[in-house]
Design a protein around this ligand. Sequence first.
Ligand code: DX5
Ligand code: ZN
Length: 228
Amino acid sequence: MSRTEILERLRTARPVIAPSMLKCDFSDLAHEVERLTAANAKVLHWDVMDGHFVPNLSYGPMVIKRVRPLTEMLFDAHLMISEPERYLDEYLKAGCEAITVHIEAVPQPTSLLRRIRDAGRVAGLALNPQTSLTAVEPFFAEIDLLLVMSVQAGFGGQSFIPSSIEKLRDARKRISSETILSVDGGIGTKTIAGCAAAGTDLFVVGSAIFDQSDYVNAADELGRLAGR
Ligand code: DX5
Ligand code: ZN
């Protein structure tokens, strides 16, 4: 699949509900993938944390690689790690279709973003709540996806920061209509509609799916609230 085809699949699936695998049952990943497939998920969001860029530690490319053959869902890797340029090849090899790095970890991300695109994948740039859009704006021509963090990166289960709505609206105005606008953190039934109205395409959801017993209902309800 080419980068253009990946983007087309993402655009066609809008509004995209992307379950955050940070909150899944790690003792039975295959079953979790089955349940998310039944819930019609098109994208899996992989939160990679290194215990350095963020205090928390999660999983790396070996885990992602083992899940890759189990599904045709698109893999959206969110690298919350320092020096992502050192590890990029491993995430490419693991089969991630979209790879997002943080501007706070890579203040000059042009060459890294180009490496991702040259590998035929979707290049994403993320920014934390305290980081202004002006920090990422110089790189808008280099990205296919902008990830607005609506909580400080590092942990699942945090409360949505309300000012993120204004940031999303502002981001939507500034980025190309071709660029996927994504939001991550505290997304659930109370917060998703506001983000959708602000022009968000892709909604990363941890707790609001994985804390529910019925993923099908949870994902349906979120999709409906996001305007599906
Ligand atoms: C936070 C992660 C999120 C998180 C989302 O650093 O990037 O993807 O797991 O979880 P909830 O939806 O519970 O905020
Ligand atoms: Zn994430």
